[in-house]
Design a protein around this ligand. Structure first.
Ligand code: ZN
Length: 212
């Protein structure tokens, strides 16, 4: 109940418990109103390393603004959803070795250096989705999070699978279009529209999210 008390201290969710559907589990009751900024795969290997993406440097500055804003917002939890692969991971058959757990390529880029000591969540994953066997859902539930802002890369792969994972666990999904990117040759607009069509995502931008 520690997390509930914590949220209560922030004056959130008083008298407004929200029961969230959770397939296969009893629906828990918890306070609502917290948000999570989920930064997907802004790792060395996805920016300058094994799967370097020329489109990634262009979203670093908007991500820094988003991260700074989230860090100053007591109602927002910062999550780094990071590939941290084991050699046995099936996904490596598709992409080859990348972001191997413990390797330099699996580090978050220095511009977005995580602060785990400040309560930021580092969430290693071994597949595309942020919620795929990571325990992130339980961590966010305990904090009363009911909305995830998903950013980073790639709009058509990990952002997409993370948005799906969020939707089916009952989270509202928000995506700032200028803080996500895709591989070259991918229509990022199409990828964003898929998130709206399939997951009911709200598309916005960094200026709007950092305006208040
Ligand atoms: Zn991967």
């Amino acid at each position: 109940m520690r997390a509930l008390a914590h949220v209560g201290q922030l004056g959130l969710g008083q008298g407004a418990p929200l029961a969230r559907a959770h397939p296969g589990h009893a629906s828990p009751t918890y306070p609502a109103g917290m948000k999570a900024l989920v930064i997907a795969d802004m790792l060395d290997d996805f920016v300058v390393g094994a799967l370097a993406n020329p489109n990634a440097p262009g979203i670093v500055e908007p991500l820094v603004r988003l991260l700074d804003h989230a860090r100053a917002d007591p109602e927002c939890v910062v999550v780094f959803s990071n590939d941290a692969h084991d050699p046995s991971d099936p996904e490596l058959r598709v992409w080859g070795e990348h972001a191997m757990a413990g390797s330099p390529g699996a580090r978050v880029i220095p511009e977005l250096e995580p602060r785990p000591g400040a309560g930021e969540i580092i969430s290693p994953k071994r597949a595309y989705g942020a919620f795929e066997g990571t325990g992130l859902d339980e961590q966010l539930r305990a904090l009363g999070v009911d909305e995830v802002v998903i950013c980073g890369q790639h709009a058509h792969i990990c952002v997409r699978h993370s948005a799906y994972g969020a939707l089916i666990r009952g989270y509202r999904v928000t995506v700032p279009r200028d803080a996500v990117c895709a591989f070259e040759g991918i229509d990022v607009q199409e990828a964003l529209e898929y998130l709206v069509m399939a997951y009911g995502a709200e598309l916005t931008d960094v200026a709007t999210l950092t305006a208040t």
